[in-house]
Each structure stands twice: as structure tokens, then as C-alpha cells.
Design a binder for this molecule. Structure first.
Ligand code: HEM
Length: 517
């Protein structure tokens, strides 16, 4: 017995020697951010604030273009910033790539929902959820986005409020309601207190997860759960899950009260293969993504915890990213009065051509606004960093990156690479004119990532951004209180600032302030 144990131990040691030997040798060839033996850069990550870490990342990306490596304890990270290298990673089939280490810490919250799942599970889920973003369904969602924009306008005008002291917070209140009404089929209008606690918990969760990722000694659950930060984590987790469970329970109740007849429609219908008329028929009942999940559970394709992890994923991904996108777009437009005026004129023209209404076709015709939003997402992408862990060696432009390394893709820095974006810090919506997009590297612009694991909600997001900005620009002159040059960012799951952002909404008196849907 002892001999067998010794033999096994020697084999494991031999394996580690060869694996780490080769692994370390390959990583060592890549330009390296200097660190300490054994712990690498872990110390600097745990000492510095999230703001400082943001700055360190920007510096490192500038100083070590187009690739660098660093260690955080036993984990090797490779940062890449060249579109050719990024293409190799993002266009790769998901079988070769995992979401990896950093995403592990999202799992207590998001389970293995669409954002964090891998392999077969991911493929199956993506197939179930893709019809939720069918054109005919998005068409119905536009009404909700416009209503939300009208609600914002009413709140600001009726309350005589012109200065908003925390724009991101204000926006996220509305984007959370929009994702709940569209994807979950539930309005939050009457549960304001709950939703405030939920949004605060999301904010704190971002800080906690960033804190934990940077400290390898807090990675094991047993240790982390005993720490004060671990306790805070558990408290927030409870708030987040209680909220999503409430949303699911409410929707189940709705189906119980309607005798399950709408669910039956979904269970009998493969939406991918259904013509538009039928889908519209179903959507007239405002059936949502959550209904699709409940119907799939009825068909035994998924279970209750599968539903919860997708609801958690979509509630988070579907509101916080859009809220930050809106926040930065408003700030950019507030500083560019001429651009604002041009957008206002475009909205008036499109509405005039569309009998005073904004629907999906009208929104699609707001081409200048679209260019402005794309440019704003270039300068201020809501997600600044994504990562993948390699499950096979990948040859980059100049280095072979071994399987097991965590590859970081810094979207923020790619978007400001002067090789692809001349005068990168200047706001210029015309960068997105069709003739200028044509010749650009497709992997130099990645606000929604790219390849098979791109953002499933990107068309949803663009429509929501357009509908809400259109409503605000139509009714208000936007004026800066805080300026973009003074913003201080911090490392987080979404791109946040260290201080609340303030902006002024100066009302434009209109006979008809509400935009019709
Ligand atoms: C401005 C708004 C948005 C931005 C900038 C954004 C950005 C992104 C990015 C960069 C990813 C890739 C993440 C990664 O690889 O780790 C992603 C994935 C994802 N996004 Fe979005 N997103 C936005 C809005 C939305 C909305 C509105 C929804 C849902 C309604 C959504 C749902 C998702 C989901 C579920 C994934 C995971 C997809 C998969 O792995 O198959 N996002 N998003």
C-alpha cells in the first residue's frame, strides 16, 4: 500500500515538474511585469485601491504593448492588446476556451448561467435563450424602453429636478426596471425599496469580488467565508438571491392565475422555427425570457436552480452595463452641445416621418445617434476587461501562450490604441461611418466582445440606449457639472468611477413631452 502511495506521489511530482517546467518556461519568454518570487504581483494587487489598480493596468498596457505576463500567486496572466491576437482567442471555439479563474468568483452569485457556463451546458443554454432576442420580440421591448424614457422625463420635469447628483445610480434604477419588465415580465414600480437594496448589493458585490480576485489567499471558500469580507459577501448574496427568487415566484404566480395557457403556447412552439406572426401573437401577452425558462422547466429541459442562475445573470448583465453606457453617453453629449443639437434634429425629423412615434424602425433610422453611442462605448466601454483560460496552447503574433494561462483582454486599451484609432481620446462619431468601419480591424472594437461568446443582449442594449437617450435629448438640454477629464475610474466588473457623476438636465418646454410608441 505504502509503495503504491509513494509511486502515485512520485508520478504527481513528476507531472508537476514537467507541466510547470514547460509552462513556466513558455511564460518566462513573454515580456513580464516585474514581481516577487512565488507570489508574483499579488502584493501590489492587495495593497492598492481599485482606483490605483485601474491606473496600474493602463500603465502596464501602455508600457508592454502588445503583450505582457504577470503572476498572481501560482496563476499566470497574459494581457494581450493586439486585435490579431485577440481574434485568435475570441474566435476560437468554446471547447478550447474556458471563462476561467476570475469568473469562478461570480459563481456563488450567478451560478453557471450563460455568462459563466462552459462547453455543452453553455451551448444548450445559448440555444434556448437566443430566441428571446428575436427581432419581433425586441420590437415589443422598444415600447417598454420608450415608456421608461418617458418615466424619467416625467420624474425630472414634475419634480422640477435639474441636477442629478449620481447619474449612474439614477440610470440603473431605470435600466433595472426595463430588464425586469422586458425579460422577466415584472414591473418594479411597486417594490422600490427592494430594488434599491438589490442595486446596492450589486455595487458591493463588484467591490467584494474584485477584492477577492486580487488576494489568492482568500480564494479558498473555507478561508474566505470566515473573513469579514466573506461575511459581507454572504449577506449581499442573500439580498441578490431573495430579490431574483421574488421575481421568479411572481411570474410563476401569474402563470398559475392564467391557468398556464401562455406557457403552453411556448412549450408547444419552437420560437426559432416559428414565423413572425405566431411570435407576435405570443408576445402580445408580453411573454418574456423568464417565461421561456419556466416553459423549458415544464419540458424538463432545465430545473429551478437553472432558472435562478439565468435570471441572476440577465438581471445583472442586462441592467448595470446599460446604466453605465447611458451614464457615459450623457456625459459625453453634455460636453458636446453641437452633437446634442444634431441628435435632437435627427430625432425630430425621424419622429415627423413616423407620425410623431418612435418604434423599432424609427430607432433604427437614428443613424447619427447610433454613431454617437458607438463612439461613447469606444471611449467608455461598460465592460473594460474580459478573460479566458486556455485549454490548449495558442500561438500569438510573437509568443506561444501555454494551455492553463489566463488571457486578459483589455477592451478599454484596445479602444484607445492609436494604431487603429487615430487621436484616440477625441470623441468623433464619424469614426463609425460605414466607409470608415469597412477598413478597420474587426477585433479593434469590442464593447460587446466578439465571436461565439459575444454579448447576447447587444441589440437589446443598443435599442435601450437609443430609446432612452432619444427621450432625454428630445426633452432636455444636457449640461455638464462634472467633466470627463476629471473622472477617476476603478477596477470593477463594470467600468465605474470612484465618485458619483453629476449632470444637469435643463427642460425644453414641449406641448407634447411624451414620445409616443
Ligand atoms: C451597453 C450594454 C452592454 C455591454 C457593454 C455588454 C458587454 C458584454 C460583454 C463585453 C460580454 C462578454 C463577457 C465576457 O466574455 O466575459 C457580454 C456578455 C453577455 N452579455 Fe452583455 N453587455 C451589455 C448589455 C447586455 C444586456 C442588455 C444583456 C441582456 C439582456 C446582456 C447579457 C449578456 C450575457 C448573458 C452575456 C454572456 C453571453 C455568453 O457568454 O454567451 N448584456 N456582454
Amino acid at each position: 500500500m505504502i509503495i503504491i502511495l509513494l509511486l502515485c506521489a512520485s508520478l504527481i511530482l513528476l507531472y508537476c515538474y514537467f507541466y510547470y517546467g514547460r509552462f513556466r518556461r513558455l511564460i518566462a519568454k513573454i515580456p513580464c511585469k516585474s514581481g516577487l518570487p512565488f507570489i508574483g504581483n499579488a502584493l501590489e494587487f492587495c495593497v492598492y485601491s481599485q482606483e490605483k489598480l485601474w491606473e496600474i493596468q493602463r500603465e502596464a498596457c501602455k508600457n508592454h504593448y502588445p503583450i505582457y505576463s504577470f503572476w498572481c500567486g501560482p496563476i499566470a496572466f497574459i494581457s494581450i492588446h493586439h486585435p490579431d491576437d485577440i481574434e485568435k482567442i475570441l474566435s476560437s471555439t468554446t471547447e478550447n476556451l474556458g471563462k476561467g479563474y476570475i469568473y469562478t468568483f461570480l459563481k456563488p452569485w450567478l451560478g453557471t448561467g450563460l455568462l459563466t457556463s462552459e462547453g455543452l451546458k453553455w451551448r444548450k443554454r445559448r440555444k434556448i435563450l437566443t430566441p428571446t432576442f428575436h427581432f419581433t420580440i425586441l420590437k415589443q421591448f422598444v415600447n417598454i424602453f420608450i415608456e421608461e424614457g418617458n418615466r424619467m422625463t416625467k420624474f425630472l420635469k414634475d419634480g422640477n429636478i435639474s441636477n442629478i447628483d449620481d447619474l449612474a445610480n439614477f440610470m440603473s434604477q431605470h435600466t433595472l426596471n426595463a430588464i425586469c419588465e422586458t425579460a422577466m415580465g415584472t414591473s418594479l414600480q411597486n417594490i422600490n425599496e427592494f430594488q434599491q437594496r438589490y442595486r446596492q448589493a450589486i455595487y458591493e458585490m463588484g467591490n467584494i469580488i474584485t477584492y477577492r480576485v486580487m488576494r489568492p489567499w482568500f480564494h479558498p471558500d473555507v478561508i474566505f467565508s470566515l473573513m469579514p469580507m466573506g461575511k459581507k459577501h454572504a449577506k449581499n448574496l442573500k439580498i441578490l438571491h431573495t430579490f431574483t427568487e421574488k421575481i421568479i415566484a411572481e411570474r410563476r404566480e401569474y402563470h398559475k392565475n392564467t391557468g398556464g395557457r401562455y406557457l403552453k403556447l411556448l412549450q408547444d412552439t419552437n420560437m426559432m422555427e416559428t414565423d413572425d406572426e405566431k411570435i407576435i401573437g405570443i408576445k402580445k401577452k408580453r411573454l418574456a425570457m423568464l417565461d421561456l425558462l419556466i416553459a423549458a422547466a415544464g419540458n424538463n429541459e432545465i430545473n429551478d436552480s437553472d432558472i435562478r442562475e439565468e435570471v441572476d445573470t440577465f438581471m445583472f448583465e442586462g441592467h448595470d452595463t446599460v446604466a453605465m453606457g447611458l451614464t457615459y453617453a450623457i456625459l459625453v453629449l453634455a460636453e458636446h452641445k453641437d452633437v446634442q443639437e444634431r441628435i435632437r434634429n435627427e430625432i425630430k425629423t425621424v419622429m415627423h416621418e413616423n407620425e410623431g412615434r418612435l418604434d423599432i424602425t424609427a430607432l433604427n433610422n437614428l443613424q447619427y445617434l447610433e454613431r454617437c453611442l458607438k463612439e461613447s462605448l469606444r471611449l467608455y466601454p461598460s465592460v473594460s476587461l474580459i478573460a479566458r483560460v486556455l485549454s490548449e496552447d495558442i500561438k500569438m503574433q510573437s509568443y506561444l501562450v501555454p494551455s492553463g494561462a489566463v488571457v486578459q483582454i483589455h477592451i478599454y486599451d484596445i479602444h484607445r490604441n492609436p494604431e487603429f484609432w487615430p487621436n484616440p481620446d477625441i470623441f468623433d462619431p464619424d469614426r463609425f461611418l460605414p466607409e470608415r468601419i469597412k477598413n478597420r480591424h474587426p477585433y479593434s472594437y469590442l464593447p460587446f466582445s466578439a465571436g461565439p461568446r459575444n454579448c447576447i443582449g447587444q441589440r437589446f442594449a443598443m435599442l435601450e440606449l437609443k430609446a432612452i437617450i432619444a427621450s432625454l435629448i428630445y426633452n432636455f438640454y444636457l449640461e455638464p457639472i462634472d467633466y470627463l477629464k476629471d473622472l477617476r475610474f476603478m477596477l470593477d466588473i463594470v467600468t465605474r468611477t470612484t465618485h458619483p457623476i453629476r449632470v444637469r438636465f435643463v427642460p425644453i418646454e414641449r406641448l407634447q413631452p411624451e414620445i409616443n410608441t
